[in-house]
Structures are given as structure tokens and as C-alpha cells.
Ligand binder design. Structure first.
Ligand SMILES: O=C(O)c1cc(=O)[nH]c(=O)n1[C@@H]1O[C@H](COP(=O)(O)O)[C@@H](O)[C@H]1O
Length: 229
């Protein structure tokens, strides 16, 4: 079972160091916009030097040429996973993949954000299909572009596995143990539900980073995810 990916949604290197100091094992962490825009590639190199795996979550969405060039730069960082928005289109996703040529970094596409509900999708995007249909459409386009998988919610993970194959990554944020606040997320599930529905990775932020004891919370989530209880 892949380790839960911990979203390091912090504003500074000091906070990251204090957080990581609570763990004695190699982790799989996510560096997102909040942290990257403050601390940049240096911090990514630092986390890597500590032996952790990294999902660099910058959600690129621009014209194909710009995304390809940006990915060429990110390829040098040697992270494990990066992402783009599938809404950028097939050509943009193919360009992103070209930018990563020669690197080991896997590329996934965000489908519909887990903070989006079906009614919001209708109102904000004028996309009048079901949310699952939209997510499935994006997943198929990502597969067609040669990507390694998608970011989706647990609610769509099973259908994507059936449509795109079990090797196609289904990285699922919006993970909440039953007792924890949902916050701004709309399409949520527990770690056990994620396992049952075929997520290949879970992404967990606040349920760990804001917990009274992050290491305990991580251990519990990891156990639930791996099916130990
Ligand atoms: O690409 C992502 O990682 C992502 C996509 C998505 O649809 N929803 C989503 O929540 N995320 C990220 O996953 C993390 C979830 O954080 P928590 O809600 O605190 O667990 C955040 O860092 C989000 O940026």
C-alpha cells in the first residue's frame, strides 16, 4: 500500500522542519502552492535530501508551450509526482508530458477539484453533465495524453479504475477520518472508504497537520488506509 501523502500546507521552511521533526521515518509529502511560492525549489531539494518522496502540486494550467517549458524546469527537481489541470486540454497535457521527457517524475491531472460540488460545477463552469461524468471524461483525456493518472475524489475512483485500468493512478484528496471537520472540501471520504473504492494514493492535509499529535494521527490514518483495522 502506498503511504498516505501528507499535504505540507505550511507557509515557511521553519514550519516544515518543525513538522517533519516529529517523524522518524521517510514520508511521502506534498508541496503545494502556499509553500512553493514562499520557499521555492530550494525547499524541495531540502525535503528530498531528508529522504522523503515528494508530490509537487503546482496544478499547471496555461498554454501548451508555457506548460512544456515549465515542466522542463520541474523535471530537474527529481520529484516523484507533479500535476496539471486537465481543463487545460489534451494538447496542454501532451505538452506537459513532453516537458518531463527523460525524467522519472510521474504526471497526473486534476479533474474536478474535491472542493467542487455538482451544483457548483454547473453554476461556475456551465458544465451540465453529472460530476462523475465530467471527472471520467477528464480521466480519459489524461490517459489519452499519456499521463500516469489523475487527482479525483474517492467517489469517482472506482469508475476511473474500470475505465482507465488499475495501473492508472487515482490520487484522492478530500480524506477525512469520520471524526474530523470537512472544512472547505465537498467530496470527502474516510481512508477506509478510499481503500475500498480503489484509490491508489490518499492525500491528507489538515487531519494530520492540525491534529493535536500529528504523528499519532498519521499512524491511525495509515492503519485505516492499509486495512489494519
Ligand atoms: O491536487 C491536489 O492535491 C488537490 C486536488 C483536489 O482536487 N483537492 C485537494 O484538496 N487537493 C489538495 O489536497 C490537499 C487537501 O488538504 P486537506 O483538505 O487539508 O486534507 C490540499 O493541499 C489541496 O491543495
Amino acid at each position: 500500500m502506498n503511504k498516505p501523502i501528507i499535504a505540507l500546507d505550511f507557509a515557511s521552511k521553519q514550519q516544515v522542519e518543525a513538522f517533519l521533526a516529529q517523524f522518524s521515518e521517510p514520508l511521502f509529502v506534498k508541496v503545494g502552492m502556499e509553500l512553493y511560492f514562499q520557499e521555492g525549489p530550494e525547499l524541495v531539494r531540502f525535503i528530498k535530501s531528508q529522504g522523503h518522496s515528494i508530490f509537487l502540486d503546482l496544478k499547471l494550467h496555461d498554454i501548451p508551450n508555457t506548460v512544456e517549458s515549465a515542466m522542463k524546469g520541474l523535471a530537474n527537481l527529481g520529484v516523484d509526482l507533479v500535476n496539471v489541470h486537465a481543463a487545460g486540454g489534451l494538447e496542454m497535457m501532451k505538452a506537459a508530458k513532453r516537458g518531463l521527457a527523460g525524467s522519472e517524475t510521474k504526471l497526473i491531472a486534476v479533474t474536478q477539484l474535491t472542493s467542487t460540488s455538482e451544483s457548483q460545477m454547473h453554476e461556475d463552469q456551465l458544465v451540465y453533465v453529472s460530476l462523475e461524468e465530467s471527472v471520467l471524461h477528464y480521466a480519459k483525456r489524461a490517459m489519452q495524453a499519456g499521463l500516469d493518472g489523475v487527482v479525483c475524489s474517492v467517489l469517482e475512483a472506482e469508475a476511473i479504475g474500470e475505465a482507465c485500468g488499475q495501473n492508472f493512478l487515482r490520487v484522492t484528496p478530500g480524506i477525512r477520518p469520520a471524526t474530523v471537520s470537512v472544512d472547505d472540501q465537498k467530496r470527502v471520504a474516510t481512508p477506509a472508504q478510499a481503500r475500498a473504492k480503489g484509490s491508489t494514493h490518499i492525500v491528507v492535509g489538515r487531519a494530520i497537520t492540525k491534529a493535536e499529535n500529528p504523528a499519532d494521527s498519521y499512524a491511525q490514518i495509515r492503519e485505516e488506509w492499509s486495512g489494519k483495522f
